[in-house]
Design a protein. Structure first.
Length: 219
C-alpha cells in the first residue's frame, strides 16, 4: 500500500515556527500539536502548485520524488479542503512541458467529454421529469421539468445528483418535489427571513406541502 503524502496546512491565523521562530507562515506542518515551517519540516525545497489543472497536478506528482498535499480549514463546512500540492521545482517544469506538448489533444478531449456529459444530463433530466409525473400525475408538466432541471444540476449536491436520485429512487424523487413545493408554494422562505428556525419553519409549512402533494397524486 502506498503511504499517504505529507499534509501541509495553510493557516487561517498567524503562526510561528516552533523550531526557528520564523513567522508569520504561509504554510505549516503540524507535528505533535506544534507548527513548523517548511524548511524545518524538510519540505522547503518544494514549490506550491494550486489546484485547478488536474493534468498538471497529476504529472507534477508523478515526476516528483517527494510531494505534499496542501489543505486549508473551511470554517463553514467544518472540514479541511485541498488547495493544491507542493512538488519539486524540476518536476513541475517537466510537467508543464508535457502539458504544453499535448494541450490541443486534451482540449479536444475536454470538448468531447463536455458534450457527452451534456447529452447525459438532458437524458437524465427528462427521465427524472417523467418519474415525477408518474408519481404525481397531476403535477403541471412544466413544473415537473423545472423541478427535474433544478435538482439534477451536475455538481450541485442536490438530491437529484445523489446516488438514489440518479437511480430514480421514489424517496429521492419525492424529496425533490417536496423541497420545490416548500420553497415555491409556502411561506417557508419568508419564515426563515423572520428569524424562525429551520425546524420550526418546516413544521409550520408541512400541512401545506402535504396538501399540494396530495392534489398532485390524485388520479
Amino acid at each position: 500500500m502506498t503511504p499517504d503524502p505529507p499534509v501541509v496546512i495553510q493557516p487561517l491565523k498567524s503562526r510561528t515556527c516552533a523550531e526557528c521562530q520564523q513567522g508569520p507562515l504561509s504554510f505549516v506542518v503540524l507535528e505533535y500539536h506544534r507548527a513548523y515551517c517548511l524548511d524545518c519540516a524538510d519540505l522547503g525545497h518544494l514549490v506550491y502548485l494550486p489546484r485547478g489543472d488536474a493534468a498538471l497536478t497529476r504529472r507534477a506528482r508523478e515526476a516528483s520524488s517527494l510531494w505534499a498535499v496542501v489543505v486549508r480549514h473551511n470554517k463553514r463546512r467544518t472540514r479541511y479542503e485541498r488547495q493544491g500540492v507542493l512538488v519539486e521545482e524540476d518536476a513541475l517544469a517537466r510537467a508543464e512541458d508535457a502539458c504544453l506538448a499535448d494541450a490541443d489533444a486534451r482540449a479536444r478531449r475536454r470538448e468531447r467529454d463536455a458534450a457527452r456529459r451534456a447529452a447525459e444530463d438532458v437524458r437524465f433530466t427528462a427521465a427524472l421529469a417523467d418519474e415525477i409525473l408518474r408519481l404525481f400525475p397531476r403535477c403541471p408538466p412544466g413544473r415537473a421539468h423545472d423541478i427535474a432541471s433544478y435538482t439534477s444540476v451536475r455538481g450541485s449536491g442536490r438530491v437529484g445528483r445523489a446516488a438514489a436520485g440518479r437511480a430514480l429512487d421514489e424517496g429521492a424523487v419525492t424529496a425533490a418535489v417536496w423541497a420545490s413545493v416548500r420553497h415555491l408554494d409556502t411561506e417557508y422562505d419568508c419564515l426563515l427571513m423572520q428569524g424562525i428556525s429551520r425546524r420550526q419553519a418546516r413544521a409550520r409549512v408541512r400541512t401545506v406541502i402535504e396538501g399540494v402533494l396530495a392534489s398532485w397524486r390524485a388520479r
